[in-house]
Design a binder for this molecule. Structure first.
Ligand SMILES: Nc1ncnc2c1ncn2[C@@H]1O[C@H](COP(=O)(O)OP(=O)(O)OP(=O)(O)O)[C@@H](O)[C@H]1O
Length: 429
């Protein structure tokens, strides 16, 4: 099972520019969470802070019992092995084939033999639908393919926490749906804690168990997806609707005069460009494909949500009841479409152990134990490194070729991402 990530009172600034302050949230173990927010609100900075690439001025990030804001470089190095990270443009090494890119963390962090590495790489290549493209360079493939290759690389060490920074950026809506499905299937298969940073409302509506939103340097909310999707907060409603009328401006918050001018336009029937979709009508969460194991996080999530239901606003409570009823109805009417929904419907949520362990009481034959062996820790290099050494190591490496060489620092990652972003490649997915 993936590990819980607990963030308490986190504050991050660059010089005098405060990015966000006093952010507290818990990514529940094995659940899928999404972080939304207008451009520039610091979502990527948050993601990098979770993995210790950026250091906050205040607060803690506790992962597997270790506060990574306080720990030694060696402890941070060990904690980072729990992570698989998909950066915005894949951050692939431009001079390596996809195969070598995907094999890289295995060669770097394990003592596996090449035939073992080959098996794992080809497995992940197949999982992300890139079979046949292994020998291509990142510059010879489309943005969508680079994204999938980045995801394959993020998965090879069987991470317990997967962070995805805008997995949909540069993808068409159909490919976005495929990559979303892939994330849910991966979650079912390895039960990793997943956090997705996204602007994509379809992803937010259908993929995560939990959603949070950053705005005006604060975490506006974080909780079960129904809570945000039914929120009455103007900023949330505007963001979900994708409308220019509302508190979110082009670059900063609007003043009163601008707000009054907008109100007049709205009253006159001028469109703000937003959709009129009713987001409070919750659409079903994407389920693992048939053949995938039961998504155990879904059981834990339902148990958690039922436990905290009384603390949520009335419309969120109603939406959650409706979601559960719809899921149980689908399980009864079309059980072959989702073993996860069948398991949910068969689980006794009065059993106090359900939320902790996944599926006790579930139907026989449904519960699938994780089969992945985590051998990275035993085989990995463990030499002590200091923070200045990290910077020196990164600086000494050729531009673009160190994003997944750990230990690493932020500048190295940025270089790799920029190198890739400025790179070549066609636009077909
Ligand atoms: N290493 C850095 N040094 C200084 N400022 C930075 C650094 N990284 C990010 N910033 C600033 O932090 C702010 C938040 O950036 P970030 O990329 O996290 O936003 P975001 O919410 O992910 O935006 P988008 O949705 O457009 O990707 C921006 O003003 C950015 O310029």
């Amino acid at each position: 099972m993936g590990v819980e990530v607990t963030v308490e009172g986190l504050t991050k600034s660059f010089g005098s520019q405060n990015i966000w302050r006093d952010v507290s949230l818990t990514l529940p173990a094995g659940e899928v969470s999404a972080l939304l927010g207008p451009s520039g609100t610091g979502k990527s900075v948050f993601l990098k802070t979770l993995i210790g690439l950026l250091h906050p001025e205040q607060g803690s990030v506790v992962i597997d019992g270790t506060d990574i804001t306080q720990c030694s470089a060696k402890e941070l190095y060990e904690i980072r092995k729990l992570f698989g990270v998909l950066f915005q443009d894949g951050a692939l090494f431009g001079s390596m084939s996809l195969y070598d890119n995907i094999a890289f963390p295995l060669r770097e962090h394990t003592k596996k033999k090449e035939d073992e590495i080959r098996k794992i790489v080809l497995d992940k290549v197949e999982l992300v639908g890139l079979t046949g493209a292994e020998d291509k360079l990142p510059g010879e493939i489309s943005g969508g393919m680079r994204k999938r290759a980045g995801l394959a690389r993020a998965l090879v060490l069987d991470p317990e926490i997967i962070l995805c920074d805008e997995p949909d950026s540069g993808l068409d809506p159909v490919r976005t749906a495929y990559i979303s499905q892939l994330l849910i299937d991966i979650n079912a298969e390895i039960d990793a804690t997943i956090m997705v940073v996204t602007h994509n409302i379809n992803i937010a509506r259908t993929i995560p168990d939990n959603i949070g939103m950053l705005f005006r340097k604060e975490l506006v909310m974080f909780g079960p997806r129904e809570q945000l999707l039914t929120s009455e907060q103007p900023v949330v409603k505007q963001f979900l609707a994708g409308d220019r009328f509302g508190p979110i401006g082009m670059s900063e918050e609007k003043d009163e005069a601008a707000a009054a001018a907008e109100a007049a336009m709205q009253a006159a029937g001028i469109s703000g460009g937003g959709t009129k979709d009713d987001f409070s009508e919750i659409i079903p969460q994407v389920q693992p494909n048939p053949g995938m194991p039961v998504r155990k996080a879904a059981i834990r999530h339902r148990a958690n949500v039922l436990g905290m239901l009384h603390t949520l606003p009335a419309n969120a409570q109603e939406a959650i009841h409706n979601s559960i009823a719809a899921e149980d109805r689908q399980a009864a009417e079309a059980p072959e479409t989702s073993t996860t929904l069948v398991a949910l419907a068969a689980t006794d949520f009065n059993d106090p152990d359900v939320g902790k362990t996944g599926l006790p009481g579930g139907p026989e034959g449904v519960y699938v134990e994780p089969t992945h062996v985590h051998d990275v820790g035993a085989n990995a290099r463990t030499e002590e490194v200091t923070r200045p050494d990290l910077a020196k190591t990164a600086a000494a490496q050729p531009a673009g070729d160190d994003a997944f060489t750990q230990p690493i620092d932020t500048s190295a990652i940025e270089t790799a991402i920029n190198d890739q972003s400025n790179g070549q490649g066609s636009n077909q997915a």
